[in-house]
Design a protein around this ligand. Structure first.
Ligand code: DHK
Length: 150
């Protein structure tokens, strides 16, 4: 295995499959996670998945990633738009993090247009559904391999 990546999902993403499928898709989180683990294995990337509805638990998982992961794919759900604590955790740990959203947050309500994650993210992928997580894995693998910075 070349890289260890944490796929971290925030509040209400455990409800994928039944939650507003027109916005978030029909796949469950378990479906998406299984796909990403297989996608990573095909590329010798070790994928670990976690989900929490609790802000502090997400902070702890990001802090722990310092020891256990080379990169993070983060969909912080609604905490994207509210959480200075998650912003600070990403900044403090320095683990490269790609921000993902299933929906195009910029085409939705204005309160979804601001992200506390974006200023500390290595990159941002929005509006491409579950494929966004795969794209984030590819982007992190490239970034970790080439030490690319932009
Ligand atoms: C998921 C959520 O739960 C929302 O709170 C965000 C994001 C958008 C998504 O598109 O994946 O606003």
């Amino acid at each position: 295995m070349t890289h260890r990546l944490l796929i971290l999902n925030g509040p209400n993403l455990n409800m994928l499959g039944t939650r507003e499928p027109g916005t978030y898709g029909a796949q469950t989180l378990a479906d998406i996670e299984a796909d990403l683990i297989a996608y990573g294995a095909d590329r010798s990337i070790q994928i670990t998945c976690a989900q929490s509805n609790h802000e502090g638990e997400l902070v702890t998982l990001i802090q722990d990633a310092r020891e256990t992961a080379d990169g993070i794919v983060l969909n912080a759900g609604a905490y994207t738009h509210t959480s200075v604590a998650i912003h600070d955790a990403i900044r403090a740990t320095g683990v490269p993090t790609i921000e993902v959203h299933l929906s195009n947050v910029h085409a939705r309500e204005s309160f979804r247009h601001h992200s506390y994650i974006s200023p500390v993210a290595a990159g941002i992928i929005v509006g491409l559904g579950a494929n966004g997580y795969r794209l984030a894995i590819d982007a992190l693998a490239a970034l970790l391999t080439t030490e690319q910075t932009v």
